[in-house]
Design a protein around this ligand. Structure first.
Ligand code: NAI
Length: 564
């Protein structure tokens, strides 16, 4: 398996790569290939003479060319395909291109662009990346994991494709999400040599996919119950055996499975669920900044969450935890929440999922016969309204005006993605609240001008949280991701909130700043992992320097040939 290895000079900290590969074989390895940037010395040593045009280029010169090439494509799907082909040919060049212009490239390769790619996966498939573990191949799971390209794995992003973004069950197409998440991780500093996207293909309940003759996944309804749990268990046990010091990032699982998996394995292996914890952390960071701007303590916030699924309850959990940190009891903190799902306000006696139950309101609350959103807003006068329902326009004019009539600065976060599923558009929220609402959205919105004043719209994107959490946890080889580490991450993000300097600015740093933000978040997470006693790797260096040492950046390392 080991075809190359990165070495570091302990004194100069300079890196180089050793490999026994030469010629075409070497150029076919995306993490080794430099194309026209192989130096003359490397061309001699690695049997590349004559295989490349004469001139040796710099990485920057190569970036100019590929930028022109991908910009020549018109549709975002075509651009996505071009970028992914580059990813499969030359990873350093791919990351450098993205890194240079995140504002342009991130929406193509990550959200919102990736959602089209997911839907078109079986039609646009070109070459595989990562590992596919289909349920019928479960007897060979050990062998599949050994077929990975790189020996050392620090991070796996795993999905079963059941609940992709706001677009539901996408079966095998869900694999594009772990790939995209790992691209974001590597843009922020995770070494792509040590990262692996994995698809647990347990079938799909999406009839359109099952009927599609080109569908590439296991053509079978999703397995559930014990069969599913045993399959996941088999996978986790193998991960623990093969990569005991790795982090498992669970991505886009269905509501019930997501919770169950996190709770089952959380203290067993370093495990992180982005839809619950990453979302909870980034939203809490935005809320902490907003709450400070309103000058109302967190304990006095009355919170309505519309859409009590994975993200909605994940956010409520982080906020509930934050309230307890201000001295509230757990029970008193739960009483500050009103969660609404498709059958109305969550109340005792309703059939609720186990993770929704702690938020159920008492049956005795007098006003709770009518439990639609407007009735709840009228009755409880919330200070915070969060949407994770995918119900377009649920935060309508009546709801927003009602909320704004009771609260000086209502905090309103319509977080559902993509924009077509958002509970409200930013411009409407500002208009209906006379510019008073503090807003964060799931998908990006352009700044809004109202009565001659420009408002930056905060994008509450998990890309601000998960890379820093991952880098901090992996650098310290954390045994688990503790609640304290998540709290530290939320505070670290919130510290960098532009609104803390200027009240007209956004509640969170821009998504284009993820690469600068991640080491700052990682530092806070690593510090907390050490304080919580879960770090297995406590650095001798200054912690800041240690994090910097763990940050991968796209540049060409010298390549040296070694005998196999
Ligand atoms: P989910 O499927 O677990 O939860 C959605 C919930 O909304 C379900 O419980 C569903 O029953 C409920 N719902 C459906 N119709 C409703 C109605 N008419 N009234 C009230 N509730 C209703 O999905 P998940 O993972 O929680 O994601 C929800 C949305 O949040 C998606 O659009 C997703 O893209 C977005 N999201 C945004 C994030 C961010 O901005 N950082 C992060 C994670 C998710």
């Amino acid at each position: 398996m080991l075809k190359y290895i990165t070495r570091i000079d302990p004194k100069t900290r300079k890196e180089w790569i050793e490999t026994h590969l030469t010629g075409k074989q070497l150029m076919q390895m995306p993490l080794l290939n430099k194309g026209t940037a192989f130096t003359e010395e490397e061309r001699h040593e690695l049997k590349l003479l004559g295989k490349l045009p004469h001139r040796v280029e710099t990485l920057d010169e190569q970036v100019k060319r590929v930028k022109n090439q991908y910009r020549a494509y018109v549709s975002s799907l075509q651009k996505y395909i071009y970028l992914n082909n580059l990813h499969d040919k030359n990873e350093v060049l791919f990351y450098k291109l993205l890194y240079e212009d995140l504002a342009e490239t991130l929406p193509l390769i990550y959200t919102p662009g990736v959602s089209n790619a997911v839907k078109e996966f079986s039609h646009e498939f070109r070459s595989p990346r990562g590992l596919y573990i289909a349920y019928p191949d479960r007897a060979n799971m050990d062998e599949i994991l050994d077929n990975r390209t790189h020996a050392e794995i620090d991070l796996m992003v795993v999905t079963d494709g059941e609940r992709i973004l706001g677009i539901g069950d996408q079966g095998i197409g869900g694999m594009d999400i772990p790939i995209a998440k790992l691209v974001v991780y590597s843009l922020c500093g995770i070494n792509p040599y040590n990262a692996l996207p994995i698809m647990l293909d347990v079938g799909t309940d999406n009839q359109e996919l099952l009927n599609n003759p080109l569908y590439l996944g296991w053509r079978h309804p999703r397995i559930r119950g014990k069969e599913y749990d045993d399959f996941v268990h088999q996978f986790v046990e193998l991960v623990k055996k093969k990569f005991p010091r790795s982090m498992l990032h669970w991505e886009d699982f269905g509501q019930q499975n997501a919770r169950k998996i996190l709770e089952t394995y959380r203290s067993d292996h370093c495990t992180f669920n982005d839809d619950m914890q990453g979302t909870g952390v980034v939203t809490l960071a935005a809320l902490l900044a907003a709450i400070q701007a309103t000058n109302t303590p967190i304990q006095s916030q009355r919170v309505v969450v519309f859409g009590a699924g994975t993200a909605g309850v994940g956010i409520a959990d982080q906020l509930h935890n934050a309230m307890q940190r201000q001295g509230m009891s757990s029970d008193a903190a739960f009483r500050q929440f009103w969660l609404i799902d498709k059958d109305g306000l969550l109340k005792e006696g309703m059939p609720l999922a186990f993770f929704q139950k702690p938020y159920a309101r008492s049956k005795d609350e007098a006003w709770t016969d009518k439990t639609d959103l407007l009735a709840v807003v009228k009755a409880i006068k919330p200070t915070i309204l969060i949407g994770c329902s995918t119900v377009r326009n649920a935060f309508n004019e009546a709801v927003v005006r009602e909320m704004a009539s009771h609260v000086a600065q209502p905090i309103i976060f319509p977080l559902s993605n993509p924009n077509e599923r958002s509970e409200a558009d930013a411009a409407d929220l500002l208009t209906w609240s006379d510019g008073k609402a503090l807003i964060a959205t799931g998908s990006p919105y352009d700044p809004v001008v109202l009565n001659g004043k420009k408002y930056d719209i905060t994008q509450c994107n998990n890309a601000l949280s998960f890379p820093g959490i991952g880098i901090g946890a992996i650098a310290t080889r954390a045994k688990e991701v503790t609640d304290n580490m998540l709290w530290a991450a939320a505070n670290a993000i919130s510290e960098k909130s532009p609104v803390r300097q200027d009240p007209t600015k956004a509640l969170l740093p821009a998504i284009t700043e993820i690469a600068q933000l991640a080491p700052h978040v990682a530092l806070a997470v690593a510090k907390q992992a050490i304080a919580d006693g879960v770090a297995r790797n406590t650095p001798k260096l200054d912690l800041d320097e240690f994090i910097q040492e763990n940050i991968w950046r796209p540049y060409y390392r010298p390549i040296k040939w070694v005998k196999q």
